[in-house]
Write a protein that binds this ligand. Structure first.
Ligand SMILES: Cc1ncc(COP(=O)(O)O)c(C=O)c1O
Length: 389
């Protein structure tokens, strides 16, 4: 196999880093790169505001700040995601409420979300898992009906597309344009990277103002040395921003290349019994997920890994509603608003992580030959892994 974590870092990023270092200004308060990155990402997504910050987790923290939960308010999210989706809820003294997922793709099940909406619900955080668009139109409708903020975690889903609206001339919409806030990650292994970095996107002027302030210590720089609100220092550096700009220029090619080879693998696996293939529509292919409805994903992942295919079962060690973090102190010796809290069971997420989900690392340098090897090994190993239905 090719190096599974193929990146597109090259001369352009070297030149960007050198440009910043030679300018002598590495901080984005006084530099130009972060502001330019924000303008470029905002233009790409057709939204008026992009706020750069230090990580995807920071961007999600800004999004939770924008939702403005009171301490103890609830935010509904998915148990199959990176902990960076959930940590910001804790950081704002809110309570995560885990809703179960669709067994076909691991994305939030809007029906499960609807059942959990209560008087303390403040927001819904959806994740476009592995690059597959989540059902955010349905979540938007729920959020609107209940006066909730909808946050889209697009960390794994740069340029993922949502189904086009009914109108014949309608063009596809990007995942991230339906929520009140969308968050992107530039962490090392995402579609594009500057090591660590994040972007929060919004169409709402007031939410943008809140997020900008929070990312800069609540410092309203137009008002002198005056702190308008509570905030942290989540600023992206100029070095990160310059590298991210070089990467952003490569993003459409990165996503197109991933889509090309993913389509080849989908074709090659079309007739393998016992496998549920991902729907390609709008997928950005951060990873290539496979579901074995009859079980046996662990055995198949082991067989693939032994053959050199970068496959892993379950994606997580446990769904996040089962993480040890919920059973100990969270703030010093206290559990704050989590006192008496037990996360709900999510049986579909349990089954995916324990038995039916497998992910294959994907990247833009894969060729048709790589895909042939992956397909051959999956076909070879799938009957042996059994499918225990
Ligand atoms: C779905 C999801 N949300 C949030 C994050 C957090 O992003 P970061 O690692 O940039 O803080 C990640 C990635 O790590 C992720 O995959």
């Amino acid at each position: 196999m090719a190096e599974a974590a193929g990146r597109t870092l090259g001369d352009e990023e070297v030149a960007a880093a050198e440009r910043v270092i030679r300018s002598g200004m590495l901080n984005s308060v006084w530099g130009t790169e972060a502001r330019l990155l924000e303008a470029e990402v905002a233009r790409m997504y057709g939204l008026p505001h992009a706020i750069s910050c230090s990580s995807g987790t920071a961007a999600l923290h800004l999004a939770v700040v924008a939702a403005a939960p009171d301490p103890g308010d609830e935010i509904i999210t998915t148990p199959i995601t990176d902990f960076g989706t959930v940590a910001p809820i804790l950081a704002q003294n809110a309570v995560p409420v885990f809703a179960d997922v669709d067994p076909g793709d691991g994305n939030l099940d809007p029906g499960a979300v609807a059942k959990l909406i209560g008087p303390r619900t403040r927001a819904i955080m959806a994740v476009h898992l592995f690059g597959a668009p989540a059902r955010v139109d349905e979540l938007r409708a729920l959020a609107d009906a209940h006066g909730l903020t909808l946050i889209e975690d697009c960390a794994q889903a740069w340029l993922a597309e949502l189904p086009a609206p009914e109108a014949a001339d309608a063009s596809p919409r990007l995942a991230g344009t339906v929520g009140d806030v969308a968050c992107l990650s530039l962490q090392q292994w995402k579609h594009i990277t500057c090591g660590d970095g994040g972007i929060a996107l919004t169409a709402d002027d007031e939410l943008a103002r809140r997020m900008r302030l929070f990312a800069d210590k609540g410092w309203d720089r137009a008002a002198g040395r005056s702190h308008a609100s509570f905030g942290l220092n989540y600023r992206m550096t100029e070095l990160q921003a310059a590298v991210a700009r070089a990467q952003l220029a490569k993003l459409p090619g990165v996503v197109a290349a991933r889509r090309r080879t993913a389509a080849l693998l989908l074709d090659a696996l079309g007739n393998v019994p016992g496998l549920r293939l991902p729907r390609p529509d709008g997928h950005a292919w951060w990873l290539f997920p496979l579901v074995l409805p009859g079980g046996g994903a662990r055995e198949l992942a082991e067989a693939l890994a032994a053959a050199g295919v970068p496959a892993r079962a379950g994606y997580l060690g446990e769904p996040l509603n089962r993480a040890p973090v919920w059973h100990g102190p969270v703030y010093g010796a206290s559990r704050g608003p989590l006192e008496g809290y037990t996360p709900a069971d999510c049986p579909e997420a349990d089954r995916l992580v324990a038995d039916t989900l497998l992910v294959i690392d994907w990247n833009e340098h894969y060729t048709g030959e790589h895909v042939e090897v992956v397909a051959r090994e999956i076909v070879r190993a799938t009957p042996r892994s059994g499918g225990r239905a």
